[in-house]
Every structure is written in structure tokens, then in C-alpha cells.
Design a protein around this ligand. Structure first.
Ligand code: ACM
Ligand code: ZN
Length: 522
């Protein structure tokens, strides 16, 4: 066997092949530090569900000399300063996974899983046996933020699909799930204080027909809708269940409550929070909507703070996404309440309204020990200093200014990391070859680029099958950008390893497109 025959995605920072193999079978034992027993249970569960092997877990003792062991150990050494890093040593007698945290061990297990060949072999006693090549892997991620965003406003997929995505993210060593839960087309999170947000705001009559027209149409044009209702939301109990499911997989969930634009679902539920008074329907069409929250309304901050109180009570994430993208000022210009607010606060003009709003919400969340992240649309000189930015499109210079102030950015460059475009438009190679660190950025600021996040917007993604088609294999490519050292990334090598990796996705029931489809040329 040669190193070229080992196919791990994301490619580890360091891997070397040794002589021989370890034989994994029903006599193998898992030995674990008691402190990481839950991680050992996760390994046991994988070996059982994927390979059909039932392997016992015992407590690790320094003196254990026996063979045929998988040992999970927490260690503290120079090598394991990165809390997500791990060492995996497969030798003929034993497999050792070492890390300073259970998260590192968890990632070591994900790598081990890819080293196990898919074909089962029976040994002379007719036991199931899998041979694993002897290797030494010293691995750690390039970036601390390896994210995936799912838009569940435009279409609602529900708990089962979200757990499925979290499983796949964990397998690919992603650590951040950004959940776009609110938008013009639906509000998807139960808020006890404002029940109409879900009673009214989670239901729309249908979706505009004809993708082309939908993207071009203005608010005035009447384009037929398909008449297929889109409804659904998460109860707070379901959210808690999903948050803990993610935490078991070392994934942090960042909820997004998109304000003050993309808020038609709020306005349909509580029309008095608009500048005009309404009425509104939960939107059935896409693009930017001119009706936004009325910032001059005396109730608006209390309303949003009450919502955010429930959100931070549910979500342990220190970082809360408050959107801020694509907010037109037309309604604020014409609104006496907004104009009076501008006067009272000495804001001079309507352009200062959203920056003021964002900082006020940001300060409120800071008072609760949380930080905001916002889309780059709202970058400005006065943005509160602890705000993080997510870049997607336009005005990249402002992102560089933000970074040069020592502030933090996550990159979601639309032309590479938005997954909801046909492969003809954004070929796999374009996604793979994108690098989050701009080539002309001074090295001392590189650390301010926390990483990258792939986004799946779901205007035209209505089922799990369509979701799969756009997301895989693109998300696999993004996992490598997030994890693997830049100098080790290579598209040809990735494609070759992908051949081996894609069949592993069958265990998750992923319906990925054929190679002809995802490699098609522009
Ligand atoms: C966005 O795509 N509107 C952030
Ligand atoms: Zn107003």
C-alpha cells in the first residue's frame, strides 16, 4: 500500500504510512480515560452502526499490555496546543488516539472512520474483520471557524434533516452551524412572548413560480405562485434537542434573527411594527423587500430585546447573528416616526438609522455577554468594536478596513461558497480553489480571518433531495479549505480522494449528483 491509496477528506496536516495493518474485529477492545467515556461511546456506536461490530469499552490503565486495542487518551503536550487537534497512531497491536480535548479525540475518530475499508472480510473463524493500514497522523485545523449555513425560512426541512446535516458536518470536521431561522418568507422559531410570530409568520401560501422571473420581478409585478403552502417552525423543546445533538458532535449553533430588513414574516404577524401599518402577508416572492421594521416605533427595541432574551436563553452560543443585509431606507425616509427618531437621536439622516439600530442591539447583547455577527452590508466606521462580520458580496474594501482594525471576519464569498447555484455557474473547482485569506492581506491580520462558511439559501431548494444535490460534493470541498494546510490542498488529489469518500456518504443516505453533473463545464 502507498500513501496515495489512503483517501482522507479533509486531508490531514501530517500523515505517514507505516508497515503492516491493524485488524479490527469483535475481539478488539476500546480502552478509554474515564473523562472521555462519552467519546468512546460515540466510537463504539460508529463501529456498531457502520461496521456491525460490537466492541466493549474498558477503562484505560497505564499497565495494560494486551493487544488488539483502540485507546482514547487525553494528553497535554506541546503537540496538542490546538484544542481541535489530535494524534492518531495505528500500529499492528493497537490504535491510539490522543488529544487534549474530547473534541480532538472526536476528530481523530472521524479520521479513523475513513481509514477503515468498506469491504468486509471474514477471517478463518468467520468473524468480521477489517484491516486498517498502519499510519501516524498528526492533525489540526487551519481555521477555527468551519461553518455551514442553512436557510430554513425559504423552505422548512425540520428536525430529521437538520440532525442529518449535523451528522455530515461532524464527519467532515465542521464546527459551526449557522441557522438562518427568520426571513421575509417565514419565521421558524417559537417565541413564547409573541405567539403570532409562528401562528401567522411561519405560514405562507406558496412560492413564486418560474425561477428566472422570480429573481427579476419587482414588488409590483404579479407573478403566479405555485399554491403549495410552506409552513413549519421549531418549538423551544425541539430547539433544545437539536442544540444538544449538535453539542455532542462538537458543533456550535449560531442562530440568525435577521433584522431590521428581511422581516416581512414579523410584519405579517405584528403589522404595527412597520412604518406604514400594513397589512402584510408572509412573502411568497424573493429579493429585497422595501417594508422593514420601523425603527422609530417606540415598541421596537423592547420587542426585539424580548425575542433575543428567549433566543439567548435557548442557544448557548456566545455569538448571535443579527443579519443586517439588504435593508432599503425608502420606508424610513417617508415615515414620521423614523424621522422624529432621527431628530431626537441627532442622527442627521436616514443612512445612519441602521448603524444606530445595529449598535443598540449589539450593546444590548453585549450586556448579556453575547457578541453580534452581521453581514458585511452594515460595516461602517462606528460599528461597535466587538461586532464580527460575515462577508458575502460587495464592498470588500470595508471588510479589509474592519480586519485592519483588528476585528474578526468569516468569509462566505458568494461566488465560491454559496452552494445554491447550479454546478454550471459555480463549478466544484471554483468552490475548492477559493481561499479565505486575501492574497494581499498583511500576514499580521491573517488571524483575524476566522475561517469560512458555506451557505445554502433555499428559495428554490424545497426537498432534502435538492438540498443534497447542491450541497454535496461542494460542502466536502469546503471542509478541506477549512481544515487542511493551504500548501497541501490540490484539486486533482481531492477529486481522487472524493471517489473513495462519496460511497461513504451512502451510510448517511446522501443523494449526491453524478460526477458528470458536478464536474460539468461552464
Ligand atoms: C445574503 O445573501 N443576503 C446575505
Ligand atoms: Zn418608521
Amino acid at each position: 500500500m502507498t500513501l496515495k491509496e489512503i483517501n482522507i477528506i479533509p486531508e490531514p496536516a501530517n500523515i505517514s504510512l507505516k508497515e503492516g495493518a491493524f485488524f479490527l474485529n469483535e475481539q478488539t477492545q476500546i480502552l478509554t480515560d474515564v473523562k472521555v467515556k462519552e467519546t468512546a461511546e460515540q466510537l463504539k456506536q460508529i463501529l456498531s452502526s457502520v461496521l456491525g461490530l460490537n466492541i466493549p469499552i474498558e477503562e484505560y490503565k497505564q499497565t495494560n499490555e494486551s493487544k488488539n486495542l483502540i485507546i482514547l487518551k487525553r494528553i497535554y503536550s506541546e503537540k496538542h496546543l490546538n484544542h481541535e487537534g489530535y494524534t492518531l497512531i495505528v500500529s499492528q497491536d493497537r490504535i491510539e488516539i490522543m488529544a487534549s480535548t474530547s473534541k480532538g479525540l472526536f476528530y481523530g475518530i472521524q479520521t479513523l472512520r475513513q481509514l477503515i475499508p468498506q469491504d468486509k472480510v471474514k477471517n478463518e473463524n468467520l468473524n468480521l474483520e477489517f484491516f486498517i493500514p498502519c499510519v501516524v497522523v498528526e492533525d489540526y485545523p487551519r481555521f477555527q471557524w468551519r461553518g455551514f449555513m442553512l436557510d430554513e425560512s425559504r423552505h422548512f426541512f425540520g428536525k430529521k434533516v437538520v440532525k442529518y446535516i449535523l451528522d455530515l458536518m461532524a464527519f467532515l470536521k465542521f464546527n459551526t452551524f449557522h441557522w438562518h431561522l427568520t426571513d421575509d418568507q417565514g419565521w421558524r422559531v417559537e417565541i413564547n412572548k409573541y405567539p403570532l410570530l409562528t401562528e401567522i409568520g411561519s405560514k405562507r401560501e406558496g412560492t413564486i413560480t418560474a425561477r428566472q422571473k422570480a429573481l427579476l420581478c419587482s414588488e409590483k409585478q404579479k407573478i403566479p405562485i405555485d399554491g403549495i403552502p410552506v409552513t413549519g417552525y421549531y418549538t423551544q423543546n425541539e430547539l433544545k434537542e437539536i442544540i444538544s445533538y449538535a453539542a455532542e458532535r462538537h458543533i456550535s449553533i449560531i442562530p440568525e434573527i435577521d433584522i431590521p430588513g428581511h422581516t416581512t414574516a414579523i410584519l405579517a404577524s405584528y403589522p404595527h411594527l412597520s412604518c406604514t401599518g400594513g397589512s402584510f402577508d408572509v412573502s411568497t416572492r424573493f429579493r429585497v423587500h422595501k417594508d422593514v421594521l420601523c425603527i422609530g416605533n417606540s415598541e421596537i427595541f423592547e420587542f426585539l430585546e424580548n425575542i433575543l432574551d428567549e433566543i439567548i436563553h435557548l442557544f448557548p452560543s456566545q455569538i448571535i447573528h443579527i443579519g443586517g443585509d439588504e435593508v432599503p431606507t425608502k420606508r424610513w425616509k417617508d415615515c414620521p416616526k423614523c424621522q422624529a427618531f432621527i431628530q431626537t437621536k441627532g442622527l442627521n439622516n436616514v443612512m445612519n438609522l441602521q448603524p444606530h439600530f445595529t449598535n443598540r442591539i449589539g450593546k444590548y447583547l453585549a450586556s448579556k455577554d453575547r457578541r453580534i455577527i452581521v453581514w458585511n452590508d452594515i460595516l461602517n466606521d462606528d460599528l461597535i468594536s466587538n461586532a464580527m462580520c460575515q462577508y458575502w458580496l460587495n464592498n470588500f474594501n470595508l471588510v479589509l478596513v474592519h480586519v485592519q482594525k483588528g476585528r474578526e471576519v468569516v468569509m462566505s464569498e458568494m461566488n465560491a461558497l454559496y452552494l445554491n447555484y447550479p454546478y454550471k455557474l459555480i463549478p466544484l473547482h471554483q468552490t475548492y480553489s477559493y481561499d479565505p485569506i486575501p492574497s494581499d492581506l498583511e500576514e499580521k491580520f491573517h488571524k483575524n480571518i476566522l475561517g469560512l462558511e458555506a451557505c445554502l439559501w433555499t428559495e428554490f431548494v424545497s426537498t432534502k433531495e435538492i438540498l443534497d444535490w447542491y450541497t454535496f460534493p461542494r460542502l466536502i470541498a469546503v471542509s478541506e479549505t477549512g481544515w487542511t494546510p493551504k500548501k497541501k490542498r490540490n484539486f486533482d488529489s481531492f477529486l481522487k480522494r472524493l471517489d473513495n469518500f462519496l460511497p461513504l456518504l451512502k451510510a448517511f443516505d446522501v443523494r449526491y449528483p453524478s460526477k458528470e453533473e458536478f464536474l460539468q463545464k461552464q
